[in-house]
Design a binder for this molecule. Sequence first.
Ligand code: GUN
Ligand code: FE
Length: 433
Amino acid sequence: PAITAYRAAILDSLGDPTDLGIDNSYRYFEDGLMVVENGQITALGEATDLLTTLPADITIQQYSDALIIPGFIDTHIHYPQTGMIASYGEQLLDWLENYTFPAEQKFADPQHAADVSEIFVNELLRNGTTTALVFGTVHPASVDAFFHCAEQHNLRMIAGKVMMDRNAPAALTDTPDSSYQDSKALIERWHGKGRLHYAVTPRFAPTSSPEQLSLAGKLLQEYEGLYMHTHLSENKNEIEWVKNLFPDQNGYLDVYDHHHLLGERSVFAHGVHLCDEECQRLADTDSAIAFCPTSNLFLGSGLFNLPQAEKFKINVGMGTDVGAGTSFSMLQTINEAYKVMQLQGKKLHPFKSFYLATLGGAKALKLDDKIGNLEPGSEADFVVLDYNATPLMKYRMAQTQSLEERLFVMMTLGDDRAVKETYAMGKPVYSRD
Ligand code: GUN
Ligand code: FE
């Protein structure tokens, strides 16, 4: 009874299309079968080939006009900003002061944190996102609430408490020592528990003293497998501010580098305005960037230069950055990424887009041995996308000739309505109908 097979069109990413070439970067089965046993994928192939090898009494779940892909991976999002998404009129620094900090102050109340965590996790699952790298607030209980919710659905999630000891309202600041102690307690409580991981989370350079950044670096040395999650070079005024606050460091990235915050599990949101030296340093340390197109457009931050990141072979994942981002949908996020590239005279191929939203994110998070693909041995986190989700999608899909074309229509017109089912560890965690 523990074996279930899913029969549908199935698309699996094998690697970065930019490195492998489009044709070698995926496997596609028009009439595919994916076998799941005890939460793991054990076989993937053509249904007609695989069915003969399986016991006769297994359950087969069949989907038509649908595409199974790995669960989406959101490499940068703020759960406490769920209630202030779509706040009008400001760019980064005023947006933080006028909207973000007031919203985050409400998380002093653990009940509020529990309520928003539930709304947030449901929204991720409605959009087919099965793993995310998540900001909490400065309040340790905000992270307890989120992890508790993630644990109930058995989701692979990464989160951390914001470390912020200056340039923010008093109600939202900690101290170097309290941030160190509070983070340590959360790490002991949650890091490595089930599918959960902890991220040391200094908000961004302007809201941390050098002492606090040093202690963040100390935490990373004290525990195995911790993530480091922060913001980098998002907005021109922010970058000027960092230069003034840290005159002894050689630019924004160097502030983090100086405090030993770069590394293979370090994820920097945005990186919209990076010079070649910074790109080289990110690549050399195996750090990752979260590309957040809806946020970068919404806050008027700028256009992320993906070709520059590719040239330096930096790991890149996609981030929604809700609540500066305007959608939980990774489909809408890659749709906007395509437009960001168009504004720079470049193309974003549909296979590359889907790669970035799944396996690319898993690679950026160093989790590609577990998630982000449907190869045997992977955890069975996947989504069922509906080609006929809306009347327009159905009509447009009927005109398509190729998988490439269908993927592009899916990412351009699709959103939460296109997510029919979401599975985590082989269990349904969301069903649309
Ligand atoms: N930089 C520092 N904090 C934030 C935040 O909450 N959102 C975004 N987009 N950028 C930030
Ligand atoms: Fe952010």
